[in-house]
Write a new protein. Structure first.
Length: 138
């Protein structure tokens, strides 16, 4: 029997339509939820730097980035998870991966005008060595 010949009960079609509508309306809600989480955290911790908040695909967790650090909370900001989040299936350290992304330095943002050429480096090779003090504010 071809797909267009199948008879679907009206209830199934209504459920699918409702799910599709809810999914399309839910996309802006994620951004609103993240904004609400960010606002609630700022009220509870006014002195804490909170740069970004985003929903992540692990339970009902939100990732919070502040001052280059990554931590997690729920949608009601009832707890903070400050530590490592590991995906048990892939054994991937989610926090470490995200921490590297957040703190990555883009080559084009480096102050190359302050660079010192070295006599030992050919012109086509560029070596970047940097030291960042732990108390540098961002």
């Amino acid at each position: 029997m071809a797909l267009h010949e199948r008879r679907y009960p009206m209830k199934t079609i209504q459920i699918l339509a409702a799910a599709a509508l809810a999914a399309s309306l839910g996309i802006p809600a994620l951004a609103q939820d993240a904004d609400a989480v960010k606002s609630a955290l700022r009220k509870k911790f006014p002195e804490a730097p909170i740069d970004t908040v985003r929903k992540i695909p692990y339970g009902s967790l939100y990732e919070v980035v502040g001052n280059g650090e990554v931590f997690y909370t729920d949608d009601k900001t009832t707890f903070l998870l400050i530590g490592t989040l590991v995906d048990v299936k892939t054994k991937e350290n989610i926090t470490e991966v995200r921490q590297r992304q957040v703190n990555a330095v883009k080559f084009e943002n480096l102050p190359l005008e302050s660079a010192r050429p070295s006599a030992n480096t050919p012109g086509a090779l560029c070596v970047i060595a940097a030291s960042i003090a732990s108390n540098v504010s961002r």
